[in-house]
Design a protein around this ligand. Structure first.
Ligand SMILES: [Zn+2]
Length: 404
């Protein structure tokens, strides 16, 4: 016998369909998408979408919540971002990281994010305070979103000899993945050794790799090809995410084509960071179109917000989608949809989840908008949003009405 749905979302629109639809949710899953008014039986609860778009929720594939809202904690007068970020994290306590990270994750939820991957500094400066703070924040927002935690040796491995044992401790204490940043080491040999050590730890703990690669807007940053080779050597195809990859954009086309092919062969997902456009001038978006044409999963991440590395930021996936749209030169028809996928289906696939939009049988992680389609949502952002996690309304944000 058909069950009575827990929730019926009435009169919404889904991408690719002209008609208004009703969306049934039961047991946290989407159980039906039907023409509006087709279902005679009432649901336990209803939500009126008012003709607005109902989309699969956003996925944030690259963010540093340990650093959230920490810009004001920097000692005055430090210009170098590395030194500034280091000075800030020296003062981290578990309690203050928990408070700031939870605040940022709630903001992300209000923006429509229901899954987030967090890179957290684990090194001799932050020790494990950032990790424990973010793990506690994850507990606080468990009903809002799924959070995966990457243990990230921001200060390097050769440069920071204490980092290795702290990473081991982090992986034993609840970190889900191992991170890295080879370019921070001095010279190619040390950078390659950094990559090998990251994979050693990944194998030891049987975890996936989420690695910062070639983050600066500098053609001499060229570790991505080595990471791809190491991925294949270790049999880690499909288990590696590389973020930034800015050097790729600056190589000449022949070199770039070779690296893109290597990344595709290694089945590495690439998270571009549109923020690099602001940070480093009109470059640094990592050739998303070439990567996608080669079959690489490409997503867009926020990276930083109001911290030692970046003073601004909104943690709004639509900001990233807009910046990627503008920066990547997406001009052909369907480009807005491509930009949308960078923060939904592709971002999920980059984290090992499923691609695609709202689907019957999948988790009801959804966002309701007050505009009827993707292009209007993007044009009128931020707009009002209602976020559902596994079928429950968990966050709302409302646009201010300005009186004439
Ligand atoms: Zn990052």
């Amino acid at each position: 016998m058909p069950h009575t749905p827990d929730l019926l979302i009435r009169a919404g629109r889904v991408h690719g369909r002209e008609d208004l639809v009703d969306i049934s949710v039961h047991g946290g899953k989407v159980t039906a998408i039907e023409p509006s008014g087709a279902r005679p039986a009432p649901a336990l609860d209803t939500l009126d979408a008012g003709g607005g778009l109902v989309s699969r929720a956003f996925v944030e594939p690259h963010y540093h919540p340990d650093k959230a809202y920490s810009r004001g904690l920097a000692p005055i007068g430090i210009q170098d971002p590395f030194a500034r970020a280091r000075a800030i994290k020296a003062g981290f306590t578990v309690a203050d990281v928990t408070e700031r990270a939870a605040r940022a994750l709630r903001l992300a939820s209000g923006n429509g994010v229901t899954t987030l991957r967090a890179n957290v500094d684990v090194d001799s400066v932050a020790e494990l305070r950032g990790l424990h703070g973010v793990l506690a924040a994850r507990e606080q927002v468990a009903h809002l979103m799924d959070v995966e935690v990457v243990a990230f040796p921001q200060e390097g491995l050769a440069r920071d000899p204490q980092a290795r044992s702290l990473l081991v401790e982090a992986l034993k204490s609840g970190a889900d993945l191992i991170g890295g940043w080879p370019n921070v080491e001095e010279g190619t040999q040390a950078q390659q050794a950094h990559v090998r050590e990251v994979f050693d730890l990944a194998e030891q703990f049987d975890v996936d790799v989420d690695i910062h690669v070639d983050c600066m807007i500098d053609a001499n940053e060229a570790m991505l090809e080595f990471v791809a080779a190491e991925t294949v050597r270790r049999g880690y195809q499909g288990r590696v995410l590389a973020s930034h990859c800015c050097g790729l954009e600056l190589y000449d086309d022949a070199d770039a084509a070779r690296v893109v092919a290597a990344v595709a062969e290694a089945r590495i997902s690439v998270v571009v960071v549109p923020l690099n456009l602001v940070d480093g001038g009109p470059r640094g978006l990592s050739r998303p179109q070439e990567l996608m044409q080669a079959g690489v999963v490409v997503a867009a991440g926020s990276d930083n917000m109001n911290d030692g590395w970046y003073a601004l930021g909104t943690l709004d996936p639509l900001d990233r989608a807009q910046m990627a749209f503008l920066g990547a030169g997406f001009h052909d028809e369907g480009s807005l949809d491509t930009a949308w996928k960078l923060v939904t289906g592709q971002a999920s696939a980059a984290l090992g989840g499923r691609d695609g939009d709202i689907t019957v049988g999948e988790d009801a992680d959804l966002v309701l908008f007050d505009a009827p389609d993707r292009s209007t949502v993007l044009a009128a952002m931020p707009g009002s949003r209602t976020t559902l996690k596994r079928g429950h309304v968990v966050s709302r944000r409302n646009t201010l009405e300005v009186a004439p």
